[in-house]
Design a protein around this ligand. Structure first.
Ligand code: PRP
Ligand code: URA
Length: 207
């Protein structure tokens, strides 16, 4: 299952982050801002508990988040989304999955994994700006499931039909939230029109 966040405020920022003229400072700011909007939607179904709060006037029945959330950025580019989601849920725990795409095969190569124990049975939000072939996201989900994750939600900025299909086929229990579902992949497996190499644009590097 996937959901496109087609809100004008998100789409406006997306137009700027896609622009080849947008430098890494602004790119970072926009990645954080877009993440916050997309995560706001992605977290709409998380568990809440009823609490009583004494206001200056009377007792109010309120709701508070009732789940130990674990946010998992896929290194490197997922780091660019971390601040955005932590502004929404500052008490979330953070785990890391390191993954890069092999330049030739385009298959994900796992190089790091550090997950808090709360992943076991917990709700995990996997963040990575690009879901292209879907290989990296599918492998990261597998790692989270291997660690005993309960519910898994994926938040990305740009994806495409090919990547969605792969992840949904391998992990039909996971919901994916995206700010854009682009047309296709090119021969180098980059999303078209996409926004280029998210890691390089976030960190001001070239490869
Ligand atoms: C990018 C991106 C995803 C992956 C998407 O990472 O951040 O992790 O590619 O591609 P896929 O869906 O085809 O697997 P990259 O491998 O460029 O590593 P980086 O984040 O370290 O730059
Ligand atoms: N990784 C990126 O950073 N961008 C793409 O378009 C595909 C994979």
């Amino acid at each position: 299952m996937h959901e496109l966040i087609d809100h004008p405020c998100v789409q406006h920022k997306l137009a700027i982050i896609r622009d080849v003229e947008t430098g890494h400072k602004r790119f970072r700011e926009l990645a954080k801002e877009i993440t916050k909007f997309v995560c706001y939607e992605a977290l709409k179904n998380i568990k809440v508990k009823e609490v009583k709060v004494q206001t200056p006037i009377a007792e109010a029945t309120c709701k508070k988040i009732d789940t130990d959330l674990v946010v998992v950025p896929v290194l490197r580019a997922g780091i660019g989304m971390l601040e955005g989601i932590l502004e929404l849920v500052p008490t979330a725990r953070v785990g890391f999955v390191g993954m890069y795409r092999d330049e030739v095969t385009k298959e994900p190569v796992s190089y790091y994994e550090r997950l808090p124990t709360q992943v076991k049975g917990g709700t995990c939000i996997l963040i990575d700006p690009m879901l292209a072939t879907g290989g990296s996201t599918a492998a990261a989900i597998k790692a989270l499931k291997g660690a005993g994750a309960g519910q898994i939600v994926v938040v990305c900025i740009v994806t495409c039909p090919e990547g969605l299909e792969l992840v949904e086929q391998e992990h039909p229990d996971v919901t994916i939230y995206a700010a854009a579902i682009d047309k296709c992949l090119d021969e180098r497996k980059y999303i078209v029109p996409g926004l280029g190499d998210a890691g390089d644009r976030l960190f001001g590097t070239t490869h």
